[in-house]
Design a protein around this ligand. Structure first.
Ligand SMILES: [Zn+2]
Length: 471
């Protein structure tokens, strides 16, 4: 219970005063409660109006507040910080448990408009909010999703860039950057190369946010192409940047390809892989490895995955970055199914709890699937999630002060595998001599392959970096 309280507190710390305003504004709630007019009562059954038009920051803020007031059981609005020019970075949670993490159930997110002039994702997330809250009572699939998942939706990570962008501009970079002219999707720490860019407030807010909530799955919505682009965005060595279209393969390449295909195949046309215009690339099945398209340093998706074990895919959802508003209904229809089905993929694979002999959660235990050279960690409730395709896996679980364990398990297609692991303390409970874990059996040297070899050689430095970051 103590930990539960702690988490709840974190939300309030994260949310700051704007959060409190959204929920304890007596005039807003009062207006709702005192309404007796029949017409008004009827209108309360519908969501606040949401036109297919672009919403500036104030209009978006009003809409989000109205939804949170109308659907207090299903939504919570919080701000993770402010942009350079002081605009709130809003996040709307949609879930049957909007205020509190559901122990054993995953948190997922979409972030849109990191590039201020890529405007479609921003509006689509508002429509996704509208769709989820109005469908909960009638659509069993949406009900199941919201009953079992906390969905965090950030319509704009770059509200300052959006404020200077112009409707109808398809290909310019005007409005792409934040108010200090930084590209926020080049502003994250990078595993492959040192990122010397000055950290920006929008990026810092997101880093804080994803360090406090264990997100399992994420999508970053962009425009200017029609493709789902998956990690890695960057390459292990600058040498490789000389070769165009060289993929940078992550240890979870099969899973990332699958997630990307879920988006592209549920989209009205993404999987056809048609190029946006002559001269621009076409992508087979509408997906691509990020670096194979073009490598970049400081991107958000590699950071999510390597720092926090959150699988993020970059979703490029419109050939035109800021198309005319009358085209928005078409974009919503094209993406609606994809947006929902993609998030549901968080329920694929294995999840469970790591506990000690007394049934206390083991926090920050390292979870590693054999053959996948990337560490995931348990939450402060001892929870872990690992999205995996059907197959047989072995998993190493280790934590300081405990004997490491290895478990074998099977993942099937139809439902997730629940794995509860008990770690034995490395020390006798009665205070006697320490147990020493047995040294691991000698292993045959790994067979070098181009992809795992490159990654394996970086593992130690990565592990050091990660422990420094958290230590
Ligand atoms: Zn973009």
């Amino acid at each position: 219970m103590e930990a539960r309280k702690k988490l709840f507190l974190i939300y309030f710390m994260l949310a700051g005063s704007t959060f409190a305003q959204s929920f304890h504004n007596p005039s807003l709630n009062g207006a709702e409660e005192t309404s007796t007019n029949l017409g008004e009562v009827e209108s309360r059954e519908n969501a606040p109006d949401l036109e297919f038009q672009y919403h500036d920051h104030d209009q978006m803020t009003r809409y989000l507040r109205a939804v949170s007031a109308k659907y207090p059981e299903l939504t919570a609005l919080y701000s993770i910080g402010k942009s350079v020019q002081g605009r709130d970075l809003w996040v709307m949670v949609v879930s049957v448990s909007p205020y509190e993490h559901m122990i054993g159930k995953p948190d997922v997110k979409y972030v849109a408009n990191i590039h201020g002039n890529e405007a479609v994702g921003r509006e689509l997330l508002l429509h996704l909010i509208q769709y989820l809250v109005t469908s909960y009572a009638t659509d069993p699939y949406v009900k199941w999703l919201l009953d079992n998942t906390r969905i965090h939706l950030m319509p704009s990570m770059n509200p300052d860039g959006f404020a200077i962008s112009r409707e109808g501009q398809c290909d310019t970079i005007h409005g792409r950057h934040n108010a200090r002219r930084h590209d926020l999707n080049r502003n994250f720490p990078d595993f492959f190369k040192a990122n010397t860019k000055q950290p920006q407030p929008e990026t810092e807010a997101v880093k804080q946010w994803i360090s406090k909530i264990q997100f399992v799955l994420s999508g970053s919505l962009h425009g200017g192409a029609l493709v789902a682009s998956y990690p890695f965005d960057n390459t292990p060595s600058s040498m490789f940047q000389n070769y165009e279209h060289t993929p940078s393969i992550s240890p979870d390449d099969d899973v990332f390809k699958h997630l990307s295909l879920v988006y592209s195949k549920n989209h009205a046309k993404m999987s056809r892989g048609v190029s946006c215009k002559s001269g621009s690339p076409r992508f087979e099945n509408g997906i691509t490895n990020g670096a194979a398209w073009y490598p970049l340093t400081g991107g958000m998706q590699d950071y999510n995955y390597l720092w926090h074990g959150c699988m993020e895919v970059t979703l490029e959802i419109s050939c035109c970055k800021y198309p005319p508003a009358h085209e928005l209904p078409k974009y919503w229809q094209d993406n609606k199914q994809s947006l929902i089905k993609y998030l549901a993929e968080v329920h694929r694979g294995a999840h469970g709890f790591v506990m000690d002999e007394n049934n206390n959660p083991v926090e920050r235990a390292a979870i590693k699937i054999k053959g996948r050279d990337v560490n995931y960690h348990t939450t402060n409730f001892g929870e872990f999630w690992r999205i995996l395709l059907p197959g047989t896996y072995r998993m190493d679980i280790s934590a300081e002060g405990y004997l490491p364990q290895e478990v074998e398990f099977i993942v099937i297609d139809s439902h997730p595998t629940l794995l509860n692991v008990t770690l034995r303390s490395a020390k006798r409970i009665d205070g006697g001599p320490y147990y020493r874990p047995l040294p691991p059996p000698p292993r045959a040297p790994p067979v070098p392959t181009p992809s795992t070899g490159i990654f394996a050689s970086l593992t130690n430095s990565f592990n050091n970096m990660v422990s420094n970051f958290f230590g």
